[in-house]
Design a protein around this ligand. Structure first.
Ligand code: MG
Length: 414
């Protein structure tokens, strides 16, 4: 088998800079996406530092999981040594092609890896996020997770602590398999079903990467978008025979734990027999510890990084003076990250009902920008009188600022 790879990273439409980083290293056959976060563009530094350190360590012969640990140390050290970078962090999801069949994934954070096999697409990695933890514990339904106000809270990232626990997933690929690595700028814009459809329809890996990014942008492009598509292909007929003679499946027990993601949309996708371990006993232990520790961490502030991360990923609608406005950040600010006005509306406080006014004075929070924008538009429609006929050419336009194009809902992408 040989491999063909396509990759692309894009700033998207909602952010001033691209804080994602991507690694395409054909020489060492190492591929990765990293999604950085931190004030003053520290996210760019975090993701780039992690990728550089990962590549250097892996090229030196360090095993993948240990190379991710070294990437964590590199980001942590840089953050500790520079006030502007303090609190920065990054996700990292990496795939190392070990030989012509075996792949090892290393993973921390809420970037993701998916495997397409026989037309079915399965998510392999587990998000290290609060909502996914709540879903695992049965305290939140999967369909509630996507719109949960706290979906941006990450429970594990590189650069936050001197040590990090790395999830690893060994996979045996078969000819025709396709692996996708991506940042949440893709998965927050497109449903798993839409992603699967694109992966099935675009046989060329670079084209698939391009279309995924383009569709995420068309759906709003709220965040930076990074994708890597890795295809496992037959070398030749002879190679195909030898692969068939030594089937990869059965080397390790499939866990069957990964739901095919068409499930929530009602589509029945063939579930591929993924030979891999979802997690090591060590990572299970760690997760139990994390479940216990998380409230403590969040309450007592040892999770500075997670909070800062949250602050930069959260949006709210509030009052800027007397004017209704869309803010990025958390009302009142957190850890030195003050909220910033993203957009001012034509509405003023006097237009609001007393209840709305009280709500907005406290800041009405949303998990992402497009939800906050939708709410703002609803308010504007509700409270702005319809344009009167002819004579009222002086009517104030309902919006103080021109909005970006209306984000399409992911469900329009079929
Ligand atoms: Mg992101």
């Amino acid at each position: 088998m040989n491999f063909a790879v396509g990759a692309r990273t894009d700033v998207g439409r909602g952010r001033p800079a691209n804080e994602d980083s991507v690694l395409v290293d054909h020489e060492d056959r190492l591929y990765a996406v990293a999604d950085g976060m931190g004030g003053h563009r520290a996210g760019e530094v975090a993701s780039a530092t992690a990728i550089d350190a990962l590549k250097a360590a892996f090229a030196d012969g360090v095993p993948l999981d240990q190379a991710v640990v070294e990437a964590n140390a590199a980001v942590f050290e840089k953050a500790s040594g520079n006030l502007d970078l303090r609190g920065m962090g990054t996700t990292l999801t990496a795939a190392a092609l070990l030989d012509d069949r075996r792949v090892l994934l290393g993973h921390v954070g809420d970037s993701r890896a998916y495997l397409m096999r026989d037309g079915g697409v399965t998510r392999i990695t587990e998000d290290h996020s609060l909502v996914e933890q709540l879903v695992r514990e049965g305290r939140l339904r999967p369909e509630e997770a996507a719109s949960h106000p706290q979906k941006a809270i990450i429970t594990r990232a590189l650069g936050i602590d001197p040590e990090v626990e790395v999830d690893t997933y060994p996979l045996d690929l078969l000819p025709g398999d396709r692996l996708l690595l991506c940042s949440d700028g893709l998965t927050n814009m497109l449903t798993d079903r839409a992603i699967a459809g694109i992966l099935r329809r675009q046989p060329d890996p670079q084209l698939a990467a391009d279309v995924l990014v383009d569709m995420a942008n068309e759906a709003g492009g709220d965040d930076n978008i990074t994708v890597v598509v890795i295809d496992a292909r037959h070398d030749s007929a002879a190679d195909g025979v030898s692969s068939a003679a030594a089937p990869a499946a059965g080397v390790e027990e499939p866990t069957g734990e990964w739901p095919p993601f068409a499930e929530e949309e009602g589509e029945v996708a063939p579930e591929p027999p993924v030979p891999a371990e979802a997690e090591t006993p060590r990572s299970r232990r760690g997760r139990r510890a994390l479940a216990w520790l998380l409230p403590v961490i969040l309450l007592f502030g040892a999770g500075f990084g997670a909070l800062g991360w949250y602050a930069r990923r959260t949006y709210y609608v509030g009052l800027a003076g007397e004017r209704v406005a869309l803010y990025r950040g958390v009302p009142g600010g957190v850890l030195g990250w003050d909220p910033t006005v993203e957009q001012r509306s034509g509405l003023i406080a006097d237009d609001l009902t007393p209840a709305q006014r009280a709500d907005l004075e406290g800041g009405h929070r949303f998990a992402d920008r497009s939800e906050a924008l939708r709410y703002l538009r609803r308010l504007e429609q509700e409270l702005t009188p319809p344009p009167a006929p002819a004579s009222s050419s002086t009517t104030v336009p309902p919006f103080g600022v021109v909005d970006p194009p209306d984000p399409k809902t992911p469900s329009t992408i079929r």
